[in-house]
Design a protein around this ligand. Structure first.
Ligand code: ZN
Length: 151
Protein backbone atom coordinates (compact mmCIF):
# COMPACT_ATOMS: atom_id res chain seq x y z
CA UNK A 1 0.00 0.00 0.00
CA UNK A 2 1.35 3.40 -0.92
CA UNK A 3 1.04 6.22 1.56
CA UNK A 4 -1.26 8.06 -0.85
CA UNK A 5 -3.70 5.18 -0.60
CA UNK A 6 -4.09 5.59 3.16
CA UNK A 7 -7.41 7.05 4.17
CA UNK A 8 -7.49 10.13 6.35
CA UNK A 9 -8.92 7.94 9.12
CA UNK A 10 -5.92 5.59 8.90
CA UNK A 11 -3.54 8.54 9.27
CA UNK A 12 -5.48 9.87 12.27
CA UNK A 13 -5.40 6.41 13.86
CA UNK A 14 -1.62 6.12 13.39
CA UNK A 15 -0.98 9.30 15.42
CA UNK A 16 -3.36 9.32 18.38
CA UNK A 17 -3.31 12.62 20.21
CA UNK A 18 -1.72 14.52 17.31
CA UNK A 19 -3.69 17.39 15.81
CA UNK A 20 -3.78 16.54 12.11
CA UNK A 21 -5.51 18.84 9.66
CA UNK A 22 -5.65 19.44 5.91
CA UNK A 23 -2.42 21.44 6.03
CA UNK A 24 -0.25 18.78 7.69
CA UNK A 25 -1.85 15.43 6.82
CA UNK A 26 0.50 14.90 3.86
CA UNK A 27 3.40 15.34 6.30
CA UNK A 28 2.04 12.54 8.50
CA UNK A 29 1.31 10.32 5.49
CA UNK A 30 4.95 10.82 4.57
CA UNK A 31 6.10 9.73 8.03
CA UNK A 32 4.10 6.51 7.65
CA UNK A 33 5.89 5.98 4.32
CA UNK A 34 9.30 6.72 5.87
CA UNK A 35 9.69 10.09 4.14
CA UNK A 36 10.11 13.53 5.68
CA UNK A 37 7.83 15.82 3.69
CA UNK A 38 7.63 19.57 4.20
CA UNK A 39 5.20 21.82 2.37
CA UNK A 40 6.83 23.78 -0.45
CA UNK A 41 5.45 26.52 -2.65
CA UNK A 42 5.11 25.40 -6.27
CA UNK A 43 5.31 29.01 -7.39
CA UNK A 44 8.48 30.31 -5.79
CA UNK A 45 10.01 27.25 -4.11
CA UNK A 46 9.72 28.58 -0.56
CA UNK A 47 9.48 25.90 2.15
CA UNK A 48 6.46 26.57 4.35
CA UNK A 49 6.88 25.25 7.88
CA UNK A 50 5.05 25.06 10.24
CA UNK A 51 2.61 23.78 7.66
CA UNK A 52 0.22 26.35 6.24
CA UNK A 53 -1.83 26.35 3.05
CA UNK A 54 -0.50 29.68 1.80
CA UNK A 55 3.03 30.67 0.81
CA UNK A 56 4.05 33.65 2.98
CA UNK A 57 6.50 34.81 0.29
CA UNK A 58 4.38 34.98 -2.87
CA UNK A 59 0.87 34.32 -1.45
CA UNK A 60 0.36 31.30 -3.69
CA UNK A 61 -2.09 28.64 -2.48
CA UNK A 62 -0.22 26.01 -4.52
CA UNK A 63 1.76 24.46 -1.67
CA UNK A 64 2.77 20.80 -2.03
CA UNK A 65 4.28 18.33 0.43
CA UNK A 66 7.82 17.76 -0.83
CA UNK A 67 10.56 15.45 0.43
CA UNK A 68 13.58 17.14 2.02
CA UNK A 69 17.16 15.87 1.90
CA UNK A 70 17.22 15.10 5.62
CA UNK A 71 20.44 17.04 6.10
CA UNK A 72 20.77 19.97 8.44
CA UNK A 73 22.43 21.30 11.54
CA UNK A 74 21.40 21.69 15.14
CA UNK A 75 19.99 25.19 15.59
CA UNK A 76 19.15 24.80 19.27
CA UNK A 77 18.42 21.95 21.63
CA UNK A 78 17.36 21.10 25.13
CA UNK A 79 17.59 18.03 27.31
CA UNK A 80 14.30 16.60 28.55
CA UNK A 81 14.92 14.83 31.82
CA UNK A 82 11.33 14.22 32.81
CA UNK A 83 10.13 10.65 32.84
CA UNK A 84 6.66 11.03 31.40
CA UNK A 85 5.78 7.37 31.08
CA UNK A 86 6.27 5.28 34.24
CA UNK A 87 6.39 2.14 32.09
CA UNK A 88 9.22 3.50 29.95
CA UNK A 89 12.57 2.81 31.59
CA UNK A 90 14.21 5.99 30.44
CA UNK A 91 17.82 6.14 31.60
CA UNK A 92 19.17 9.25 29.95
CA UNK A 93 17.72 12.56 28.89
CA UNK A 94 16.01 12.96 25.53
CA UNK A 95 17.71 15.50 23.28
CA UNK A 96 14.99 17.64 21.69
CA UNK A 97 16.25 19.94 18.96
CA UNK A 98 15.28 22.41 16.31
CA UNK A 99 17.20 21.23 13.27
CA UNK A 100 17.77 23.81 10.57
CA UNK A 101 17.41 21.95 7.29
CA UNK A 102 19.82 22.70 4.44
CA UNK A 103 16.94 23.48 2.09
CA UNK A 104 16.35 26.98 3.46
CA UNK A 105 17.61 29.40 6.10
CA UNK A 106 15.23 29.37 9.04
CA UNK A 107 13.55 26.09 8.03
CA UNK A 108 13.70 24.37 11.41
CA UNK A 109 12.17 21.00 12.13
CA UNK A 110 11.61 19.87 15.72
CA UNK A 111 12.80 16.35 16.42
CA UNK A 112 14.95 14.25 18.70
CA UNK A 113 18.70 13.88 18.29
CA UNK A 114 19.73 10.24 18.64
CA UNK A 115 22.92 8.17 18.37
CA UNK A 116 24.67 10.98 20.22
CA UNK A 117 25.52 11.41 23.89
CA UNK A 118 23.77 14.37 25.52
CA UNK A 119 27.05 16.12 26.31
CA UNK A 120 28.25 15.77 22.72
CA UNK A 121 25.44 17.66 21.00
CA UNK A 122 26.41 21.18 19.94
CA UNK A 123 24.80 24.08 18.09
CA UNK A 124 25.65 23.93 14.36
CA UNK A 125 26.46 20.22 14.60
CA UNK A 126 25.75 18.66 11.18
CA UNK A 127 23.02 16.04 11.40
CA UNK A 128 21.10 13.74 9.10
CA UNK A 129 17.67 12.21 9.16
CA UNK A 130 17.14 8.85 10.78
CA UNK A 131 14.09 7.11 12.17
CA UNK A 132 13.15 5.94 15.66
CA UNK A 133 11.35 2.63 15.52
CA UNK A 134 8.84 1.84 18.25
CA UNK A 135 7.29 -1.59 18.31
CA UNK A 136 3.70 -1.40 17.17
CA UNK A 137 3.95 2.29 16.26
CA UNK A 138 4.92 4.36 13.27
CA UNK A 139 8.65 5.09 13.09
CA UNK A 140 9.26 8.75 13.83
CA UNK A 141 11.80 11.10 12.25
CA UNK A 142 14.86 12.00 14.29
CA UNK A 143 18.35 13.23 13.53
CA UNK A 144 21.78 11.80 14.21
CA UNK A 145 25.27 13.26 13.82
CA UNK A 146 26.67 13.13 10.28
CA UNK A 147 29.22 10.31 10.08
CA UNK A 148 32.10 12.70 9.44
CA UNK A 149 31.31 14.83 12.48
CA UNK A 150 33.94 14.57 15.19
CA UNK A 151 33.03 17.54 17.35
ZN1 ZN B 1 5.70 31.10 -2.94
Amino acid sequence: MTSEALSDEAVFAAFPGVLIDRDNIAHYRGIIAGKLLINRCSGCGYWVYPHRPLCPQCLSWDVQATEVSGRGKVFMFTLIQQQRDPNNRLREPIIAAAVELVEQNGLRYLARIVNCLPDEVRPDMPVQLTWIAHEGQVSMPAFEPMPAWEG
